[in-house]
Write a protein that binds this ligand. Structure first.
Ligand code: DON
Length: 609
């Protein structure tokens, strides 16, 4: 295919690397400068970078140039990048003591249920991708929540047949059967090396003895108060006030629940006291989840979705997540364009990305669902021939309106919180884990005596064909509610290999934006040659077919805006920063590990040794 000409004549291949830096300046400045001033600063910095063409940089991904403004944390042997420092440290300590990446990931998963309650959880679910160095194998672990047996297709419709968002988001019916405990235990049993008690002890201690509330946690609690149930408020608030930064948060009931898990394994959660406390409270408040639902919950090992991009092997989460399928589909679609030459975040590059994204999300709405219930055409959607066919519809000079791509309906709102962490050990084992309660603090519900928050993942089902969920995502039959079924997800833990060795470990929260965020990390590193921190920090864009608008983070240059508008894009500056892609990269030449915590989450850290 002939490479289309750049739309912005200022962009040149040799300026591509500096563009990352220019973007970096804009991201840093926006805290200090007003919007208009910022745009001017971006504009001038951008012109300077383009005009003062510095010598071309090597395109090799993973190179950290001396003059880069953002640089990843570096380590020789092992690395953890996560949203919360106490939990990250726990993982790192285990790695130092000879635990492998899975031991560390499981310990972090349990610890974040204590220290990062808005998204870290044992009352939710998620997905884990695991690279086993000795077997050269990547496995996908699905511990997504399931619908209770009494759930049915029209569970969230009122008497008039309208979707009741309150029911699917904040009532006991919103809660899917939690998968996290079963998932983490299975990961440890199959791929870990340490005993459960050792991996759980740090989390139990943090819950029992408490830890100082961070400014970040204080703020999260303050903003979500009206959304948390009485039992949850008792844990996190004193006299009606969110615990202040520096105060000690003790979670005795949570410590007891974790202790039961340490002693009895999955029975400590899915039966016995924990299960009884949980089901008694749900039943008392009109819930439908039963003891049998808990007892029957099973995590599933699946084959990850695999694709190839510029000589790298991309592994990502298979259905019931849509993430892997659409990341590979999008990479296939975009592989025919020389995005590097067009320039990172140039109007031309963003145009191709946005157009491709619409086709991917249109397919998502139609085809994606739980593969144990519907047949998902994974092979077809990720085939190069299919990408070629779709690409014919993409016009380099003009937007195709979403209505001409397929039918659907406008948006909803996002209340972010999910969390992604990446771990890598000295042997080359790697874990990418994304787990969630769905919203920040999930449904806000907590069964008295259990100490853990419950998810509201049921809202990820399509309550009614064509009616958007909280992320504005539409779906149909494939993602309808059914007993025992897993709701469709966008979570995309991803491991990219180069020559059979892990190269990039990534993934993100962000609801519908998870897929496009993860895609942009891969493109920023492999296609645009940004170092990992630049790749993570860079301004992100997103299109999800419906609503028909291109959503962009703050800091895109004003001339890029205008160019995109000329092509017909309806641009909306996102009121939220998109995602939090805590990532690790292993430099193929030196073997050094680069860790990039996403600055969009103020508590995120990269730690290594
Ligand atoms: O599984 C999903 O796709 C959503 N429940 C994830 C929610 C999320 O990422 C919220 N985050 N920031």
């Amino acid at each position: 295919m002939k490479t289309p000409q750049p739309l912005l004549s200022l962009r040149t291949p040799s300026a591509a690397h500096e563009n990352g830096d220019v973007r970096g300046i804009s991201v840093m400045m926006h805290h200090h400068a007003g919007r208009k001033t910022l745009r001017w600063i971006c504009h001038i910095a951008y012109l300077c970078a383009a005009v003062c063409l510095l010598p071309a940089q090597a395109a090799t991904p993973a190179i950290i140039s001396d003059n880069a403004i953002f640089k990843p944390v570096q380590a020789q042997q092992a690395m953890v990048v996560a949203d919360e420092p106490l939990a990250a440290r726990i993982g790192l300590d285990l790695l130092r003591q000879g635990g492998n990446a899975v031991d560390a990931a499981v310990a972090i998963g349990f610890a974040m249920a204590v220290t990062y309650p808005r998204a870290g959880n044992i009352g939710g679910g998620g997905f884990m991708l695991i690279h086993q160095a000795d077997k050269h194998r990547v496995t996908a672990l699905d511990y997504r929540e399931t619908a209770p047996q009494k759930a049915h297709r029209d569970l969230f419709l009122d008497a008039q047949g309208q979707v009741d968002g309150q029911l699917s988001r904040f009532s006991p019916l919103a809660v899917g059967v939690p998968g996290t405990v079963a998932g983490l235990l299975l990961a440890l049993e199959k791929y870990g090396s340490l005993p459960l008690s050792r991996v759980l002890t740090p989390a139990i201690q943090l819950a029992r003895e408490g830890f100082p509330v961070s400014p970040d946690l204080h703020q999260a609690l303050q903003s979500r108060r009206q959304h948390l149930s009485a039992a949850a408020q008792q844990v996190f608030y004193h006299d009606g006030q969110a615990l202040a930064a520096g105060q000690t948060l003790v979670q005795k009931d949570l410590a007891a629940t974790l202790q039961r898990i340490a002693e009895q394994g999955r029975a400590g959660f899915y039966s016995g006291d924990t299960a009884r406390l949980l089901i008694a409270d749900m039943t008392a408040h009109g819930g439908i989840m039963s003891l049998a639902d808990l007892a029957q919950y099973q995590p599933v090992l699946r084959t990850p979705v695999q694709g190839e991009f510029r000589g790298y092997q991309v592994y990502s989460m298979s259905p019931p997540s849509s993430g892997g399928v659409h990341i590979v589909q999008l990479l296939n679609l975009l592989s025919a364009y020389d995005l590097r030459t067009l320039g990172h975040n140039s109007a031309a590059t963003i145009h191709y990305m946005a157009e491709a994204m619409k086709y991917a999300y249109a397919d998502r709405a139609k085809y994606l669902g739980d593969p144990d219930f519907v047949s998902v055409p994974v092979a077809g959607l990720t085939a190069l021939e299919y990408a070629q066919q779709l690409r014919k519809n993409i016009d380099p000079q003009r937007v195709t309106p979403s209505k001409d791509i397929s039918a659907g309906q406008p948006p909803g709102y996002e209340s972010p919180q999910t969390t992604h962490f990446s771990v890598m050990d000295a042997a080359g084992n790697a874990v990418a884990n994304t787990y969630t309660l769905n919203f920040s603090f999930g449904s806000g519900l907590m069964a008295p005596g259990t100490g853990f928050l419950l998810n509201n993942e049921m809202d990820d089902f399509s309550a009614k064909p064509g009616v958007p969920n909280a992320y504005g995502l539409v779906g149909g039959e494939a993602n309808a509610v059914a007993p025992g079924k897993r709701m469709l997800s966008s979570m995309s833990p991803t491991i990219v290999l180069k020559d059979q060795k892990p190269f990039l470990i990534t993934g993100s929260p962000g609801g519908s934006r998870i897929i496009t965020t993860t895609l942009q990390i891969i493109l920023n590193v492999i296609e645009h040659g940004l170092n990992l921190q630049e790749a993570v920090n860079a301004v992100r864009v997103h299109h999800q077919w419906w609503p028909d608008e291109l959503s962009v983070e703050q800091g895109l240059s004003v001339d890029t805006y205008h160019q995109l508008q000329k092509l017909g894009h309806k641009i909306k500056e996102s009121p939220w920063a998109m995602g939090a892609a805590n990532s690790i990269l292993r430099a193929p030449d030196t073997g050094r590990l680069h860790g990039a915590a996403d600055p969009r989450r103020s508590s995120a850290v990269a730690v290594g040794f």
